[in-house]
Design a protein around this ligand. Structure first.
Ligand SMILES: O=C(O)CCC(=O)C(=O)O
Ligand SMILES: [Fe+2]
Length: 342
């Protein structure tokens, strides 16, 4: 079923017409990315004999792909199915009901779509007292409870992953988590995505333009059946396979900044070729508290590797979105001009 949608506050064709000025990828590559499966139990259990090896694997996968498939994360299949289900139920609502959740130009939250390419609903889920419950769909009985449960589980996973990444980079375990505001301070946004089946005669449709996320990292639950996500590596595109019940984790711009470029945010896009089935996904964007200053950690700066990024505050709310609206990458405005290192 194809769902009609509201008018996007920003014209999508303007939105991305300059995109290729900053995001270029020379070759279409139909290969899948390597199996980069990371096991959260092994990562977090330091008494396991495989713990060190899993940390090394994490480091290597992050260096090559800036993203990975997380298994053994502790979220039950039934919770994953429920969150997918409430997302699908939302997009199936009549347009005028969805529009009650409409996003406005001055707000990142709400419902928006561009009729042809994709629909999305963005909601701030954490901190709890900043939920804008007025725009949480109220006609769907399980929506709120399911998103709350999902958020609780995702927050747990977020802390564990950030700690494991810190450990894999040989810095204090809770360094990223604490710097970004910790449990009370880190902001969590849910973005429900809907992609209609491909109606293009070319057999493929670019449904979400290439971008990197302005987050620390993003935790994505892919559709169970319909693939479409692709990541860029070495100027080529690679398809992201569907790994049942895995969460796909990708590095966002703010981890690139904090790691002084040792980690890189990944450019990704969605290409739909399925002509019959819609695709949905749920992306959880994890963002530092807007008052926290984010900059390259001292641990990653030395004579060989000088500071490569400016310090920023509220990067997600201001710099990233100003650039994103114009189809450009926010990270370019934070990079210091030291070309040979970046
Ligand atoms: O739908 C997907 O697979 C990717 C979504 C995405 O990149 C995003 O919401 O930022
Ligand atoms: Fe994204």
């Amino acid at each position: 079923m194809v769902v009609s949608s509201s008018v996007l506050p920003i014209n999508p064709s303007d939105h991305f017409q300059e995109l290729n000025k900053t995001i270029t990828c020379k070759q279409i590559h139909e290969n899948y990315m390597d199996s980069s499966i990371i096991d959260l139990i092994l990562l977090s259990d330091s008494s396991s004999t495989q713990h060190e090896a899993e940390l090394r694997k994490l480091q290597s996968v992050l260096t090559s792909w800036s993203s990975f498939q997380l298994i053994n994360h502790g979220l039950s299949s039934s919770l994953l199915n429920q969150i997918r289900q409430v997302g699908k139920e939302f997009f199936a609502l009549p347009l005028e009901v969805k529009q009650k959740q409409s996003s406005t130009l001055d707000s990142y939250e709400g419902y928006g779509g561009d009729r042809v390419k994709n629909d999305r609903l963005r909601l701030k889920v954490s901190p709890l007292d900043q939920r804008n419950l007025k725009i949480w769909p109220e006609s769907l009985p399980n929506f709120r409870e399911t998103l709350e449960d999902y958020n609780t589980e995702i927050s747990r996973v977020l802390e564990m992953i950030l700690n494991a990444i810190a450990k894999s980079l040989n810095i204090e375990e809770n360094r990223f988590f604490k710097t970004c505001g910790g449990e009370e301070g880190i902001n969590i946004y849910a973005r429900f995505n809907y992609y209609p089946p491909c109606s293009s005669s070319s057999g493929q449709f670019l449904s979400l333009e290439p971008h990197s996320d302005g987050t620390i990292l993003t935790i994505l639950l892919q559709d169970k059946q319909v693939e479409g996500l692709q990541v860029e590596k070495d100027n080529q595109w690679f398809k992201v396979p569907i790994v049942p019940d895995a969460l796909f984790i990708n590095i966002g711009d703010q981890l690139e900044i904090m790691s002084n470029g040792i980690l890189k945010s990944v450019v990704h896009k969605v290409v739909i070729s399925d002509k019959e089935n819609e695709r949905t996904s749920i992306a959880i964007g994890c963002v530092p508290h807007p008052d926290k200053e984010i900059g390259p950690f001292d641990e990653f700066i030395d004579r060989e590797r000088p500071q490569l990024y400016n310090k920023v505050t509220n990067y997600f709310g201001v710099l990233f979105h100003n650039k994103y609206r114009r189809g450009e990458r926010g990270i370019t405005s934070v990079k210091l001009n030291l070309e040979r290192y970046t």
